[in-house]
Design a protein around this ligand. Structure first.
Ligand code: UTP
Length: 291
């Protein structure tokens, strides 16, 4: 079975980016010159995904604009000879086919994923949370799909986190660790530090079998009163094996302002036309050089 479909849920409230999110969706805030969903689509395309389903809230219709052709701007850029910019804006439109499903209220990540059931149909699929930005030579989703083909079941991306992050994330209880792959016994959403089974957290990439939908339909609200994807995965683990993949690429949690700043600096240092300027400026920032 080939994995060709992916879900990108973006219907959360984005409270950590207030007041900006009063007027703009968190996923449209740019990292250098493109929003997080642009990087997300590129990662999925590199993984062979051909169909992406966005889960949006009722007031996020403007996200659709990002994928609409803009003949007026294209003509303008063509007339100005801005071929590089023209290539950039056209590239994202043709990478994958895109559908939108509305989540009427933000009842949790699990509830958001459930909204994609009809469009996913009878097959395994990928989930990518654009708050977790991963920069690397190979797409992390692609690496996880390869693991899925060897071990059909549930595949999670994972990373060791600091103690203060544990009560904010889904945490893995490992059965055994084999290189960068962990066979998972159970997962728990937002545990207290003293009850946490490890310091290994689930990061926003999942390969999920179709059986997840039945679990999402039957579980009760969990942490924060939301339908939690982690709870549905934990329940499914009694029937199917689960592997957590400790990826090695650079990861930024851009669901927080500090993560967004770090990702923006990192990304700017990879861009040929700005890296020198940014890196020499960083060394001279007055605030860093005060006694
Ligand atoms: P988070 O809870 O981490 O982010 O959801 P948030 O709700 O967007 O932002 P804060 O916490 O208020 O700052 C993780 C992912 O799940 C999506 C979010 O959009 C984000 O991509 N999500 C969450 C939904 O699509 N629907 C929901 O009901 C909840």
């Amino acid at each position: 079975m080939t994995i060709t479909k992916a879900v990108i849920p973006v219907a959360g409230l984005g409270t950590r980016f207030l007041p900006a999110t009063l007027a703009v969706s968190k996923v449209m805030i740019p990292i250098v010159d493109r929003p997080s969903i642009h990087y997300a689509i590129e990662e999925l395309h590199q993984a062979g995904i051909t169909e992406v389903i966005f889960i949006i809230s009722p007031d996020q219709k403007s996200i659709k604009d990002y994928f609409q052709p803009r003949p007026d701007i294209e003509t303008l850029l063509q007339n100005r000879g801005e071929t590089e910019l023209l290539k950039n804006i056209r590239s994202i439109q043709n990478l994958v086919s895109i559908n939108f499903v509305t989540q009427k209220s933000p009842l949790g990540l699990g509830h958001a994923i459930l909204q994609s059931k009809k469009l996913i149909g009878d097959q395994a699929f990928a989930v990518l949370l654009p708050d977790d930005l991963i920069f690397g030579n190979e797409s992390t989703t692609s690496e996880m799909i390869k693991i899925f083909y060897q071990n059909p079941g549930i595949i999670l991306a994972a990373k060791k986190v600091k103690d203060e992050m544990i009560s904010k994330l889904g945490i893995i209880d490992p059965l055994n660790i084999n290189g960068n792959q962990i066979h998972v016994k159970s997962v728990i959403e937002k545990p207290d530090l003293e009850n946490a089974p490890s310091n290994i957290a689930i990061i926003g990439r999942y390969i999920l079998p179709k059986e997840i939908f039945a679990k999402l339909e039957s579980i009760q609200p969990g942490a924060l009163g939301e339908i939690q994807l982690t709870d549905a995965i934990d329940s499914l683990m009694t029937e199917l094996p689960c592997v957590a993949y400790q990826f090695t690429s650079d990861h930024f949690d851009i669901g927080t302002p500090v993560g967004l700043v770090k990702a923006s600096v990192y990304q700017s240092l990879t861009r040929e036309h700005m890296s020198e300027d940014v890196s020499s400026w960083i060394k001279t920032i007055p605030l860093l050089n005060e006694d």
